[in-house]
Design a protein around this ligand. Structure first.
Ligand SMILES: NC(=O)c1ccc[n+]([C@@H]2O[C@H](COP(=O)([O-])OP(=O)(O)OC[C@H]3O[C@@H](n4cnc5c(N)ncnc54)[C@H](O)[C@@H]3O)[C@@H](O)[C@H]2O)c1
Length: 466
């Protein structure tokens, strides 16, 4: 079943190359799939069903025998039928010998386990074992000047593809064969493995090798999802981000259920409504790495929820962790100022978010207060904040935290920056950008990530969390 056509290929690796390429319909490729577990068996079955010549490799003879007989070694709906059809049509084979699978192969897909060690670290022994297993068979079987791509589909820590690339480069440096490596994370879930395999949100190819992008794009060209070519570390980290988020979502809902249930609230009704909001709740909002949250609502209402839980003797460590984690962002900014030396700090942006003059529980007020307490000379500019027009609780809050605000608040950003050793910047108003470009301080710590490429190119630029 070949599905010819166009694939949107978006290259986001390196300095903004964003374009759409035409990917030709794939031809039949020979592929070695290492690891016949949940990921490897689904991958092997689906690739074979789409015309590739697939060889599954696993040291477990029982799994190899099962696949060779057209049976799935793992329980996965639809997989038995898929394997039976692929084996009988001669497109799927299984073996315990890597050399059988690698003879003339265009690509190896690594789907081996990466289990936790007792310390929590991923055990990459199976990955490196496969990489070692590849070298001799490829050397003895590849055509001269042929190119082979090693594609990691297992979940691995950032840096693994670069390590694997270095091993392969060292092994093949004196040979006229060429081997590249890429990370292509798998997004399937057990139980819906085949359907997920065919409709991932995207096919992510993490590599610095354009030939590997071409091979992987052609291999998966029957999948109608966009292709994202990115830095290998981005592809590796993405899978951790996805799984950490999914785990956090489950714990978030469960912690709310634990508290609300005790308070006589129907937590399922609450969460159904919660999920209806795709503007702020189920949305990209609040998911950019940056600085601490603040303002008059988030910290206050989180504290109130924690109080309710405590008064019912309920532990909600994830939600209480949110406050602790928030504090760590402020501490880190202070540590970075201290580590850089100097005594003069420009704080550009003071309110809890752009366009507001609400200073209540602004983390930037906290930053300023702590730095002043440590003896730093702090100059602050915020285009929206005018101490003369602050009223009510807002005014009381800032007077209690920064009694000398009027003295240290400058008219424009230039006055705040003049002579500063470091600028802490959360405000991306045009006058702030112009001032930073006009007279850049030795260090610019970007807390929000919206300052733009010109500022990011300055010598003293530091992203806070990127
Ligand atoms: N299970 C999932 O739903 C899922 C989804 C996405 C990603 N992943 C990731 O994919 C990877 C594989 O997961 P899985 O659940 O399929 O694992 P699994 O334990 O089911 O299968 C791993 C297979 O690798 C085999 N293996 C070990 N050493 C080998 C070698 N040298 N050569 C060939 N095969 C070898 C094992 O015998 C086993 O059959 C893991 O990194 C996992 O985190 C899993």
């Amino acid at each position: 079943m070949y599905l010819p056509g166009f694939q949107p290929l978006v290259l986001v690796y390196g300095a903004i190359i964003s374009r759409t390429l035409r990917i030709e319909p794939h031809g039949r490729m020979k592929v070695a799939v290492f690891g016949l577990g949940y990921v490897g068996t689904v991958t092997a079955g689906c690739l074979a069903a789409n015309g590739h010549d697939v060889w599954g490799v696993d040291p477990d003879e029982l799994k190899v025998a099962a696949v060779s007989a057209g049976h799935s070694p793992v329980v996965e709906p639809g997989l038995d039928a898929l394997l039976a059809e692929s084996v009988s049509s001669g497109r799927l084979h299984a073996t315990v010998h890597p050399q059988d699978a690698l003879e003339g192969a265009d690509a190896s897909l690594l789907c081996v386990g990466t289990p936790s060690t007792t310390s929590g670290e991923s055990n990459l022994a199976y990955i490196y074992r496969v990489v070692e297993d590849l070298i001799q068979p490829l050397k003895s079987s590849m055509r001269p000047r042929a190119f082979h791509t090693v594609v990691i589909r297992s979940t691995v820590p950032p840096g693994t593809v670069e390590d694997v690339t270095a091993i392969l480069q060292a092994a093949f440096q004196d040979s006229d064969l060429d081997v590249g490596a890429a990370m292509c994370p798998e997004f399937l879930r057990e139980g819906t493995g085949i359907a997920d395999f065919y409709s991932p949100p995207y096919t992510v190819i993490g590599t610095s090798d354009l030939r590997a992008i071409d091979v992987v794009s052609r291999l998966f060209s029957f999948i109608d999802s966009p292709i994202r070519a990115v830095h290998p570390r981005t592809a590796e980290a993405l899978k951790y981000a996805c799984n950490a988020f999914h785990a956090t979502k489950v714990s978030f809902a469960n912690e709310l259920g634990r508290v609300f249930g005790r308070l006589g609230v129907d937590s399922r009704e609450v969460m159904d409504l919660f999920c209806e909001d795709s503007r702020l709740n189920i949305s990209p909002k609040y998911l950019r790495p940056g600085f601490a949250f603040g303002g008059s609502c988030l910290p206050k209402d989180l504290r109130s929820l924690l109080y309710l839980a405590r008064s019912e003797s309920i532990d909600i460590p994830l939600l209480s962790g949110a406050l602790a984690s928030n504090r760590l962002s402020i501490d880190e900014a202070i540590d970075r100022v201290v580590a850089g030396g100097g005594n003069r700090v420009a704080l550009l942006g003071l309110s809890f978010k752009a366009g507001s003059d609400d200073l209540r529980e602004s983390p930037y007020v906290d930053l300023a207060e702590t730095l002043l307490g440590k003896g730093y000379e702090v100059r602050i500019h915020d285009p929206v904040v005018n101490p003369l027009s602050l009223v009510g609780a807002n005014r009381q809050y800032v007077e209690s935290k920064l009694p000398h605000l009027r003295r240290i608040l400058t008219e424009g950003p230039k006055e705040a920056i003049a002579g500063a050793d470091v600028a802490l910047v959360s405000c991306s108003a045009s006058e702030v950008i112009d001032a930073l470009l006009g007279d850049p301080p030795p260090r610019i710590i970007d807390l929000d990530g919206r300052l733009g490429r010109e500022i990011e190119a300055l010598q003293g630029y530091e992203g806070f969390a990127w």
